[in-house]
Design a protein around this ligand. Structure first.
Ligand code: PLP
Length: 426
Protein backbone atom coordinates (compact mmCIF):
# COMPACT_ATOMS: atom_id res chain seq x y z
CA UNK A 1 0.00 0.00 0.00
CA UNK A 2 1.26 3.51 -0.77
CA UNK A 3 2.21 5.43 2.36
CA UNK A 4 0.65 8.72 1.29
CA UNK A 5 -3.03 9.39 0.82
CA UNK A 6 -4.24 11.03 -2.37
CA UNK A 7 -4.75 14.39 -0.66
CA UNK A 8 -1.29 14.20 0.98
CA UNK A 9 0.31 13.47 -2.43
CA UNK A 10 -1.36 16.49 -3.98
CA UNK A 11 -0.58 18.83 -1.08
CA UNK A 12 3.10 17.78 -0.78
CA UNK A 13 3.47 17.84 -4.57
CA UNK A 14 2.19 21.40 -4.71
CA UNK A 15 4.42 22.52 -1.87
CA UNK A 16 7.72 20.80 -2.70
CA UNK A 17 7.92 19.39 -6.21
CA UNK A 18 8.86 21.19 -9.42
CA UNK A 19 7.05 20.00 -12.51
CA UNK A 20 8.19 20.63 -16.13
CA UNK A 21 8.04 24.34 -16.90
CA UNK A 22 6.15 24.83 -13.65
CA UNK A 23 5.86 27.58 -11.06
CA UNK A 24 6.57 27.05 -7.36
CA UNK A 25 4.34 26.42 -5.54
CA UNK A 26 2.36 24.54 -8.20
CA UNK A 27 -0.83 26.14 -9.44
CA UNK A 28 -2.58 23.45 -11.47
CA UNK A 29 -3.52 20.20 -9.81
CA UNK A 30 -1.85 17.29 -11.63
CA UNK A 31 -3.56 13.92 -12.03
CA UNK A 32 -2.08 11.25 -9.80
CA UNK A 33 -1.23 8.02 -11.66
CA UNK A 34 -1.33 4.81 -9.67
CA UNK A 35 -0.12 2.41 -12.36
CA UNK A 36 0.00 1.97 -16.12
CA UNK A 37 -0.52 -1.02 -18.37
CA UNK A 38 -0.78 -1.37 -22.15
CA UNK A 39 -1.86 2.05 -23.41
CA UNK A 40 -3.76 2.93 -20.22
CA UNK A 41 -2.87 5.08 -17.23
CA UNK A 42 -4.78 4.15 -14.06
CA UNK A 43 -5.64 7.16 -11.93
CA UNK A 44 -5.28 7.09 -8.14
CA UNK A 45 -8.53 8.96 -7.51
CA UNK A 46 -10.58 5.92 -8.50
CA UNK A 47 -12.01 7.68 -11.57
CA UNK A 48 -10.70 4.99 -13.88
CA UNK A 49 -8.21 4.84 -16.73
CA UNK A 50 -7.04 7.17 -19.48
CA UNK A 51 -5.77 6.08 -22.90
CA UNK A 52 -2.33 7.66 -23.22
CA UNK A 53 -2.17 9.84 -26.34
CA UNK A 54 1.32 11.11 -25.48
CA UNK A 55 3.44 7.94 -25.08
CA UNK A 56 4.91 9.79 -22.09
CA UNK A 57 6.45 12.36 -24.46
CA UNK A 58 7.29 10.10 -27.44
CA UNK A 59 8.93 7.38 -25.37
CA UNK A 60 6.52 4.55 -24.44
CA UNK A 61 6.24 3.11 -27.97
CA UNK A 62 5.37 -0.41 -26.78
CA UNK A 63 2.97 0.75 -24.05
CA UNK A 64 3.39 0.28 -20.29
CA UNK A 65 4.16 -2.71 -18.14
CA UNK A 66 5.23 -4.73 -21.18
CA UNK A 67 6.09 -8.36 -20.27
CA UNK A 68 9.18 -8.49 -22.52
CA UNK A 69 10.64 -5.22 -21.22
CA UNK A 70 9.73 -6.14 -17.63
CA UNK A 71 11.57 -9.44 -18.02
CA UNK A 72 14.66 -7.72 -19.48
CA UNK A 73 14.72 -5.33 -16.51
CA UNK A 74 14.19 -8.14 -13.99
CA UNK A 75 16.94 -10.30 -15.48
CA UNK A 76 19.40 -7.44 -15.53
CA UNK A 77 18.41 -6.35 -12.02
CA UNK A 78 19.35 -9.80 -10.74
CA UNK A 79 22.83 -9.39 -12.32
CA UNK A 80 23.57 -5.72 -11.52
CA UNK A 81 21.61 -2.52 -11.90
CA UNK A 82 24.68 -0.35 -12.29
CA UNK A 83 28.46 -0.30 -12.40
CA UNK A 84 30.65 2.61 -13.39
CA UNK A 85 31.64 2.77 -17.06
CA UNK A 86 35.15 4.13 -16.51
CA UNK A 87 37.54 1.19 -16.92
CA UNK A 88 34.66 -1.29 -16.87
CA UNK A 89 32.30 -2.48 -19.57
CA UNK A 90 29.43 -4.95 -19.86
CA UNK A 91 27.34 -6.90 -22.31
CA UNK A 92 24.14 -4.77 -22.29
CA UNK A 93 25.98 -1.55 -23.22
CA UNK A 94 28.10 -3.23 -25.90
CA UNK A 95 25.11 -5.05 -27.37
CA UNK A 96 23.12 -1.80 -27.43
CA UNK A 97 25.93 0.07 -29.19
CA UNK A 98 26.11 -2.66 -31.85
CA UNK A 99 22.32 -2.58 -32.36
CA UNK A 100 22.39 1.21 -32.76
CA UNK A 101 25.30 1.14 -35.21
CA UNK A 102 23.60 -1.58 -37.29
CA UNK A 103 20.20 0.13 -37.48
CA UNK A 104 21.28 3.76 -37.89
CA UNK A 105 22.12 5.59 -41.15
CA UNK A 106 25.31 4.60 -43.01
CA UNK A 107 28.62 5.71 -41.53
CA UNK A 108 27.66 6.20 -37.89
CA UNK A 109 30.10 3.85 -36.18
CA UNK A 110 30.79 5.13 -32.67
CA UNK A 111 28.38 5.45 -29.75
CA UNK A 112 28.44 7.62 -26.64
CA UNK A 113 25.79 6.45 -24.15
CA UNK A 114 24.40 9.52 -22.40
CA UNK A 115 21.90 9.80 -19.58
CA UNK A 116 19.28 12.05 -21.18
CA UNK A 117 18.42 13.61 -24.52
CA UNK A 118 19.74 17.01 -23.52
CA UNK A 119 23.06 15.49 -22.46
CA UNK A 120 23.33 13.62 -25.76
CA UNK A 121 22.92 16.99 -27.54
CA UNK A 122 25.59 18.52 -25.28
CA UNK A 123 27.88 15.65 -26.25
CA UNK A 124 27.08 16.10 -29.95
CA UNK A 125 27.99 19.79 -29.72
CA UNK A 126 31.16 19.01 -27.76
CA UNK A 127 32.16 16.45 -30.41
CA UNK A 128 31.73 18.99 -33.22
CA UNK A 129 33.56 21.85 -31.51
CA UNK A 130 36.35 19.55 -30.40
CA UNK A 131 36.70 18.12 -33.91
CA UNK A 132 37.53 21.55 -35.35
CA UNK A 133 39.75 22.44 -32.39
CA UNK A 134 41.72 19.24 -32.96
CA UNK A 135 42.13 20.18 -36.60
CA UNK A 136 43.55 23.56 -35.60
CA UNK A 137 40.41 25.57 -36.41
CA UNK A 138 39.06 26.68 -32.99
CA UNK A 139 37.26 29.64 -34.57
CA UNK A 140 34.70 27.13 -35.90
CA UNK A 141 32.66 27.03 -32.71
CA UNK A 142 29.19 28.37 -33.51
CA UNK A 143 26.13 26.37 -34.52
CA UNK A 144 23.54 27.04 -37.18
CA UNK A 145 19.99 25.81 -36.87
CA UNK A 146 16.57 26.79 -38.18
CA UNK A 147 13.89 28.51 -36.14
CA UNK A 148 11.10 26.45 -34.58
CA UNK A 149 13.45 23.76 -33.21
CA UNK A 150 13.81 22.13 -29.82
CA UNK A 151 16.97 20.37 -28.59
CA UNK A 152 16.61 20.16 -24.81
CA UNK A 153 16.77 22.33 -21.71
CA UNK A 154 20.43 22.30 -20.65
CA UNK A 155 22.57 25.30 -21.58
CA UNK A 156 23.98 24.66 -25.03
CA UNK A 157 20.90 22.78 -26.34
CA UNK A 158 18.83 25.76 -25.14
CA UNK A 159 20.92 28.06 -27.33
CA UNK A 160 19.72 26.20 -30.46
CA UNK A 161 16.05 25.99 -29.45
CA UNK A 162 13.61 28.33 -31.14
CA UNK A 163 14.54 31.81 -29.89
CA UNK A 164 10.94 32.62 -28.96
CA UNK A 165 9.67 29.29 -27.55
CA UNK A 166 13.10 28.71 -25.96
CA UNK A 167 12.77 31.88 -23.88
CA UNK A 168 15.92 33.43 -25.36
CA UNK A 169 14.76 36.87 -24.25
CA UNK A 170 14.95 35.73 -20.64
CA UNK A 171 18.55 34.63 -21.22
CA UNK A 172 19.71 37.45 -23.46
CA UNK A 173 23.39 38.06 -22.85
CA UNK A 174 23.85 34.75 -21.03
CA UNK A 175 23.26 32.09 -23.71
CA UNK A 176 25.82 31.54 -26.48
CA UNK A 177 24.53 33.31 -29.61
CA UNK A 178 23.99 30.90 -32.47
CA UNK A 179 23.08 31.44 -36.11
CA UNK A 180 19.38 31.06 -36.98
CA UNK A 181 17.92 30.40 -40.41
CA UNK A 182 14.20 30.91 -40.99
CA UNK A 183 11.90 28.04 -40.00
CA UNK A 184 11.58 25.45 -42.79
CA UNK A 185 8.35 25.62 -44.86
CA UNK A 186 6.25 22.45 -45.03
CA UNK A 187 6.70 21.90 -48.76
CA UNK A 188 9.85 22.19 -50.84
CA UNK A 189 10.57 25.77 -51.94
CA UNK A 190 13.67 26.56 -53.98
CA UNK A 191 13.87 30.03 -52.38
CA UNK A 192 14.13 28.51 -48.91
CA UNK A 193 16.77 26.00 -50.08
CA UNK A 194 18.69 29.03 -51.39
CA UNK A 195 18.32 30.75 -48.01
CA UNK A 196 19.80 27.69 -46.24
CA UNK A 197 22.72 27.52 -48.69
CA UNK A 198 23.39 31.23 -48.34
CA UNK A 199 23.32 31.16 -44.51
CA UNK A 200 25.72 28.20 -44.26
CA UNK A 201 28.09 29.69 -46.87
CA UNK A 202 28.13 33.11 -45.20
CA UNK A 203 28.90 31.72 -41.72
CA UNK A 204 31.00 28.66 -42.68
CA UNK A 205 34.21 30.15 -41.27
CA UNK A 206 32.76 30.27 -37.75
CA UNK A 207 30.44 27.24 -37.90
CA UNK A 208 31.30 23.96 -36.22
CA UNK A 209 28.05 22.34 -37.27
CA UNK A 210 24.48 22.64 -38.42
CA UNK A 211 22.07 20.98 -36.00
CA UNK A 212 18.43 20.24 -36.87
CA UNK A 213 15.57 17.89 -36.11
CA UNK A 214 14.99 16.03 -39.39
CA UNK A 215 11.48 16.16 -40.95
CA UNK A 216 9.56 16.84 -37.71
CA UNK A 217 10.23 19.73 -35.34
CA UNK A 218 8.79 18.52 -32.04
CA UNK A 219 8.45 20.61 -28.89
CA UNK A 220 9.39 23.78 -30.81
CA UNK A 221 6.04 23.75 -32.63
CA UNK A 222 5.18 20.30 -34.06
CA UNK A 223 5.95 21.41 -37.61
CA UNK A 224 6.72 19.03 -40.53
CA UNK A 225 8.98 19.90 -43.46
CA UNK A 226 10.13 18.47 -46.76
CA UNK A 227 12.94 15.90 -46.35
CA UNK A 228 14.57 17.50 -49.41
CA UNK A 229 15.92 20.26 -47.13
CA UNK A 230 18.07 17.64 -45.41
CA UNK A 231 19.79 16.90 -48.74
CA UNK A 232 20.36 20.62 -49.24
CA UNK A 233 21.98 20.81 -45.79
CA UNK A 234 24.13 17.74 -46.46
CA UNK A 235 25.42 19.21 -49.74
CA UNK A 236 26.13 22.70 -48.44
CA UNK A 237 27.77 21.37 -45.25
CA UNK A 238 30.04 19.11 -47.29
CA UNK A 239 30.93 21.92 -49.66
CA UNK A 240 31.89 24.30 -46.85
CA UNK A 241 33.52 22.17 -44.15
CA UNK A 242 30.66 22.19 -41.68
CA UNK A 243 29.51 19.11 -39.73
CA UNK A 244 25.85 18.04 -39.81
CA UNK A 245 24.03 16.89 -36.67
CA UNK A 246 20.58 15.28 -36.73
CA UNK A 247 18.67 15.32 -33.47
CA UNK A 248 16.46 12.19 -33.80
CA UNK A 249 15.53 12.14 -30.11
CA UNK A 250 11.81 12.57 -30.91
CA UNK A 251 11.73 11.16 -34.45
CA UNK A 252 13.84 8.02 -33.95
CA UNK A 253 12.62 4.42 -33.71
CA UNK A 254 9.87 4.56 -36.30
CA UNK A 255 7.72 7.48 -35.16
CA UNK A 256 7.60 9.22 -38.58
CA UNK A 257 7.14 6.01 -40.58
CA UNK A 258 10.88 5.53 -41.19
CA UNK A 259 13.15 3.96 -38.56
CA UNK A 260 14.99 7.31 -38.46
CA UNK A 261 13.58 10.44 -40.10
CA UNK A 262 16.86 10.94 -42.00
CA UNK A 263 15.87 7.92 -44.11
CA UNK A 264 13.06 9.97 -45.72
CA UNK A 265 15.86 11.91 -47.42
CA UNK A 266 18.38 9.05 -47.72
CA UNK A 267 20.89 11.34 -46.01
CA UNK A 268 23.31 10.41 -43.23
CA UNK A 269 24.52 12.97 -40.69
CA UNK A 270 28.02 13.17 -39.15
CA UNK A 271 26.54 13.04 -35.67
CA UNK A 272 23.14 11.75 -34.53
CA UNK A 273 21.31 11.94 -31.20
CA UNK A 274 18.71 9.41 -30.07
CA UNK A 275 16.79 9.20 -26.80
CA UNK A 276 13.14 9.22 -25.72
CA UNK A 277 11.91 5.86 -27.20
CA UNK A 278 15.38 4.28 -26.84
CA UNK A 279 14.36 2.36 -23.70
CA UNK A 280 10.70 2.05 -24.74
CA UNK A 281 9.98 4.73 -22.15
CA UNK A 282 11.17 2.63 -19.20
CA UNK A 283 13.97 4.85 -17.94
CA UNK A 284 16.20 7.64 -19.05
CA UNK A 285 18.94 6.93 -21.58
CA UNK A 286 20.13 8.56 -24.78
CA UNK A 287 23.00 8.12 -27.21
CA UNK A 288 25.19 10.22 -29.48
CA UNK A 289 26.49 8.43 -32.57
CA UNK A 290 29.27 9.76 -34.79
CA UNK A 291 31.24 8.81 -37.89
CA UNK A 292 34.77 7.50 -38.13
CA UNK A 293 35.83 10.91 -39.49
CA UNK A 294 34.58 12.77 -36.39
CA UNK A 295 36.09 10.28 -33.95
CA UNK A 296 39.37 10.21 -35.82
CA UNK A 297 39.50 14.03 -35.92
CA UNK A 298 38.98 14.28 -32.18
CA UNK A 299 41.67 11.66 -31.59
CA UNK A 300 44.18 13.72 -33.59
CA UNK A 301 43.96 16.66 -31.17
CA UNK A 302 46.32 17.88 -28.48
CA UNK A 303 43.81 16.39 -26.03
CA UNK A 304 42.93 13.22 -27.94
CA UNK A 305 40.00 12.16 -25.76
CA UNK A 306 36.32 13.05 -25.58
CA UNK A 307 36.17 14.73 -22.18
CA UNK A 308 32.72 13.63 -21.07
CA UNK A 309 31.73 10.85 -18.64
CA UNK A 310 28.46 10.99 -16.76
CA UNK A 311 28.31 8.96 -13.53
CA UNK A 312 25.52 6.77 -14.87
CA UNK A 313 26.95 6.43 -18.37
CA UNK A 314 26.01 3.15 -20.04
CA UNK A 315 23.71 2.17 -17.16
CA UNK A 316 23.27 -1.63 -17.53
CA UNK A 317 19.62 -1.68 -16.49
CA UNK A 318 18.66 0.97 -19.05
CA UNK A 319 20.88 -0.64 -21.71
CA UNK A 320 19.31 -4.09 -21.18
CA UNK A 321 15.80 -2.65 -21.53
CA UNK A 322 16.87 -0.58 -24.56
CA UNK A 323 18.18 -3.75 -26.26
CA UNK A 324 14.90 -5.54 -25.52
CA UNK A 325 12.88 -2.57 -26.78
CA UNK A 326 14.82 -2.36 -30.06
CA UNK A 327 14.59 -6.12 -30.61
CA UNK A 328 10.85 -5.98 -29.89
CA UNK A 329 10.48 -3.14 -32.41
CA UNK A 330 12.55 -4.76 -35.18
CA UNK A 331 11.00 -8.18 -34.56
CA UNK A 332 7.57 -6.98 -35.71
CA UNK A 333 6.17 -5.16 -38.73
CA UNK A 334 6.46 -1.83 -36.91
CA UNK A 335 6.06 0.15 -40.16
CA UNK A 336 2.62 -1.41 -40.69
CA UNK A 337 1.59 -0.46 -37.13
CA UNK A 338 2.73 3.13 -37.62
CA UNK A 339 0.86 3.27 -40.98
CA UNK A 340 -2.26 1.87 -39.31
CA UNK A 341 -2.13 4.59 -36.63
CA UNK A 342 -1.42 7.22 -39.29
CA UNK A 343 -4.57 6.16 -41.19
CA UNK A 344 -6.63 6.17 -37.96
CA UNK A 345 -5.42 9.65 -37.03
CA UNK A 346 -6.08 10.98 -40.55
CA UNK A 347 -9.62 9.63 -40.40
CA UNK A 348 -10.37 10.75 -36.87
CA UNK A 349 -8.79 14.21 -37.08
CA UNK A 350 -10.39 15.14 -40.42
CA UNK A 351 -13.39 16.74 -38.69
CA UNK A 352 -11.10 19.05 -36.69
CA UNK A 353 -10.21 20.87 -39.92
CA UNK A 354 -13.75 22.29 -40.06
CA UNK A 355 -13.82 23.57 -36.46
CA UNK A 356 -13.76 27.30 -35.73
CA UNK A 357 -10.41 28.42 -34.34
CA UNK A 358 -8.49 25.58 -36.03
CA UNK A 359 -5.68 26.78 -38.31
CA UNK A 360 -4.21 23.46 -39.47
CA UNK A 361 -4.53 19.70 -39.08
CA UNK A 362 -1.54 17.54 -39.98
CA UNK A 363 -0.59 13.88 -39.62
CA UNK A 364 2.72 12.15 -40.29
CA UNK A 365 3.49 8.61 -39.18
CA UNK A 366 2.12 8.08 -35.68
CA UNK A 367 1.93 11.84 -35.02
CA UNK A 368 -1.29 13.89 -35.20
CA UNK A 369 -1.40 17.66 -34.73
CA UNK A 370 -4.24 20.16 -34.53
CA UNK A 371 -2.97 23.73 -34.57
CA UNK A 372 -5.30 26.48 -33.33
CA UNK A 373 -5.26 30.12 -34.35
CA UNK A 374 -4.88 31.11 -30.68
CA UNK A 375 -3.16 30.02 -27.47
CA UNK A 376 -4.84 26.85 -26.17
CA UNK A 377 -6.77 27.01 -22.89
CA UNK A 378 -4.75 24.18 -21.42
CA UNK A 379 -7.03 23.45 -18.44
CA UNK A 380 -10.20 23.36 -20.55
CA UNK A 381 -8.56 21.30 -23.34
CA UNK A 382 -7.14 18.80 -20.86
CA UNK A 383 -10.53 18.46 -19.12
CA UNK A 384 -12.26 17.85 -22.46
CA UNK A 385 -9.76 15.10 -23.36
CA UNK A 386 -10.04 13.47 -19.94
CA UNK A 387 -13.84 13.49 -20.31
CA UNK A 388 -13.29 11.38 -23.46
CA UNK A 389 -11.04 9.04 -21.43
CA UNK A 390 -7.77 10.22 -22.99
CA UNK A 391 -4.58 11.82 -21.68
CA UNK A 392 -3.28 14.70 -23.80
CA UNK A 393 -0.88 17.51 -22.94
CA UNK A 394 -1.61 20.50 -25.20
CA UNK A 395 0.81 23.45 -25.30
CA UNK A 396 1.01 26.86 -26.96
CA UNK A 397 -1.44 26.70 -29.93
CA UNK A 398 -1.13 22.91 -30.28
CA UNK A 399 -3.24 19.90 -29.41
CA UNK A 400 -1.31 16.87 -30.52
CA UNK A 401 -0.86 13.15 -30.06
CA UNK A 402 1.80 10.51 -30.64
CA UNK A 403 0.26 7.26 -29.35
CA UNK A 404 2.13 4.07 -28.48
CA UNK A 405 2.50 1.82 -31.58
CA UNK A 406 0.41 -0.85 -29.81
CA UNK A 407 -2.67 1.40 -29.63
CA UNK A 408 -5.65 -0.56 -31.07
CA UNK A 409 -7.85 1.00 -33.75
CA UNK A 410 -10.74 1.82 -31.40
CA UNK A 411 -8.34 3.54 -29.00
CA UNK A 412 -6.76 5.52 -31.86
CA UNK A 413 -10.30 6.63 -32.78
CA UNK A 414 -10.94 7.57 -29.15
CA UNK A 415 -7.71 9.61 -29.02
CA UNK A 416 -8.72 11.44 -32.21
CA UNK A 417 -12.17 12.17 -30.72
CA UNK A 418 -10.46 13.59 -27.63
CA UNK A 419 -8.16 15.80 -29.75
CA UNK A 420 -11.24 17.16 -31.56
CA UNK A 421 -13.09 17.67 -28.25
CA UNK A 422 -10.08 19.53 -26.86
CA UNK A 423 -9.87 21.66 -30.01
CA UNK A 424 -13.56 22.60 -29.63
CA UNK A 425 -13.11 24.06 -26.14
CA UNK A 426 -9.40 24.89 -26.17
C1 PLP B 1 12.99 15.75 -25.83
C2 PLP B 1 14.00 16.21 -26.77
C3 PLP B 1 15.30 16.56 -26.33
C4 PLP B 1 15.71 16.54 -24.88
O1 PLP B 1 15.66 15.27 -24.32
P1 PLP B 1 15.55 15.11 -22.72
O2 PLP B 1 15.64 13.64 -22.51
O3 PLP B 1 14.24 15.70 -22.32
O4 PLP B 1 16.70 15.85 -22.14
C5 PLP B 1 16.21 16.96 -27.29
N1 PLP B 1 15.88 17.02 -28.60
C6 PLP B 1 14.65 16.68 -29.05
C7 PLP B 1 14.36 16.72 -30.51
C8 PLP B 1 13.67 16.28 -28.15
O5 PLP B 1 12.44 15.97 -28.59
Amino acid sequence: MPELSLSEILELDRRHVWHPYGPMPGQREPLVVESASGVRLKLADGSGELVDGMSSWWSAIHGYNHPVLNEAAREQLARMSHVMFGGLTHEPAVRLAKLLVDMSPEGLEHVFLADSGSVSVEVAIKMCLQYWRSLGRPEKRRLLTWRGGYHGDTWHPMSVCDPEGGMHDLWAGALPRQVFADAPPAGYEEAYAGHLREMVERHAGELAAVIVEPVVQGAGGMRFHSPAYLRVLREVCDAHDVLLVFDEIATGFGRTGALFAAEHAAVAPDVMCVGKALTGGYMTMAATLCTERVAEGISRGEVPVLAHGPTFMGNPLAAAVACASIELLLGQDWAAEVKRIEAGLRDGLAEAAGLPGVRDVRVLGAIGVVQLDHEVDMAAATRAAVAEGVWLRPFRDLIYTMPPYVTADDDVARIARAVCAAARVG
